[in-house]
Design a binder for this molecule. Structure first.
Ligand SMILES: Cc1cc2nc3c(=O)[nH]c(=O)nc-3n(C[C@H](O)[C@H](O)[C@H](O)COP(=O)(O)O)c2cc1C
Length: 160
């Protein structure tokens, strides 16, 4: 198996989730965890699995992630299993600001648009997009989220 977890992270929380997902997916020689801006040419060749993760900022993935996804050729993910995750504020924090709750109800979070884009490029989505929660804008992640991320990754492995 050749797998890659591509992520970006403003404050380090999504990076921690990406590393936890990568570790749970398999051995380091099979699984590369790479920041979106550092994906080298040819690194995508022969991938079995591509997982993409971003912090949710303004209801969307970071521009570096959207840019990475746009750079994948039209049917470039044909035959590749794909999955997407984000990190995000808790429901409770969002409900504290009424206007924010309204926009979230319309625009949602980053994971779904990432998954949609991966599928559009030919990828085979193996698990539902998932969100992992941070306690505040800069984190930390809520307790247990890294374990939940590892569990999510194990479900991906089971679906390969
Ligand atoms: C400018 C900005 C906009 C944000 N917008 C959202 C949002 O729309 N929805 C949400 O759930 N969290 C939002 N957040 C919280 C981020 O999701 C949180 O900072 C992120 O998960 C932390 O991950 P990171 O350390 O990898 O950057 C926002 C944070 C920033 C800084």
């Amino acid at each position: 198996m050749k797998a890659m977890v591509v992520y970006d992270s403003a404050f380090g929380n999504t990076e921690k989730v990406a590393q936890a997902v990568g570790q749970a997916l398999g051995a380091p020689e099979d699984v590369k965890v790479v920041r979106a801006g550092s994906v080298g040419p040819g690194q995508m060749a022969g991938l079995t699995l591509l997982v993409v993760g971003s912090p949710t900022q303004k209801f969307r993935p970071l521009k570096t992630i959207t840019g990475f996804l746009k750079g994948i050729p039209g049917s470039g993910l044909q035959g590749v299993k794909v999955a997407a995750f984000d990190t995000r504020a808790t429901e409770r924090d969002i409900q504290k600001v009424r206007i924010l709750a309204f926009f979230v109800s319309i625009f949602g979070y980053a994971a779904k648009p990432i998954a949609d884009r991966l599928v559009k490029k030919g990828g085979d989505l193996v698990v539902a997009p998932e969100g992992f929660y941070v306690a505040d804008t800069q984190g930390p992640l809520l307790e247990g989220e890294l374990e939940r991320a590892a569990g999510w990754a194990k479900r991906i492995v089971a679906a390969l």
